[in-house]
Design a protein around this ligand. Structure first.
Ligand SMILES: NC(=O)c1ccc[n+]([C@@H]2O[C@H](COP(=O)([O-])OP(=O)(O)OC[C@H]3O[C@@H](n4cnc5c(N)ncnc54)[C@H](OP(=O)(O)O)[C@@H]3O)[C@@H](O)[C@H]2O)c1
Length: 163
């Protein structure tokens, strides 16, 4: 399994249920990687999508403790082990942990690679990804050139591998 995440310089990922940065190029990068694969997410992240709909052209697996919760087009699971079992039938290279904070924290240990969009900015936040630069179990194996959003925030795509 892999994780894919957009962070700011201090590894922040969200505030009040929303993403921190509007970045069309990052959205395209996210779709390009996850399209035709399986995405695993928390109920809060699913509900933050437009119309609270699952992502098209992907198998959507959603974690919730609520046994009454359902969502058309998504598979609902109630524990990490249930999520891992559900995804075990898929090619691991096409299984993506897509957040949010609580799900990244719980699934990171099962990921062998994390694709990070690193934005050079700090903004108010209340949700974070574990800082992989401070974790000796993770190392950078690839980094793109720098790009800029239309609002002039520089960013790059960085690949971390678990060692
Ligand atoms: N920057 C990025 O790349 C990125 C990506 C995704 C999300 N985000 C941001 O992350 C923030 C949301 O993170 P979050 O931690 O609040 O929400 P989340 O991880 O998306 O969802 C949390 C919910 O998932 C369910 N859940 C989690 N672990 C579970 C388990 N082991 N068993 C059963 N259910 C489980 C629970 O749902 P119930 O409450 O229904 O039980 C829990 O409340 C938002 O700000 C969002 O915009 C950022």
């Amino acid at each position: 399994m892999r994780a894919i995440v957009a962070v700011t310089s201090n590894w922040a990922i969200g505030c009040k249920g929303n993403l921190l940065i509007s970045n069309k190029a990052d959205m395209q990068h996210f779709v390009q990687h996850t399209k035709d694969g399986t995405v695993i997410m928390g109920r809060t992240t699913l509900e933050s999508f437009p119309g609270a709909n699952p992502l098209p052209k992907r198998r959507n697996i959603v974690l919730t403790h609520d046994t009454n919760w359902s969502c058309k087009g998504a598979e609902v699971v109630h524990s990490v082990s249930e999520a891992l079992t559900a995804a075990s039938t898929d090619n691991p290279d096409k299984v993506w942990c897509i957040g949010g904070m609580s799900v990244y924290e719980q699934l990171l240990r099962y990921c062998d690679e994390v694709i990070v969009t690193m934005h050079d900015i700090i903004v108010p936040a209340d949700a974070y990804f574990p800082n992989l630069d401070e974790d000796p179990h993770w190392m950078i194996t690839a980094s793109s050139e720098k790009f800029n959003t239309p609002s002039d925030i520089s960013f790059r795509f960085v690949t971390y591998k678990q060692v």
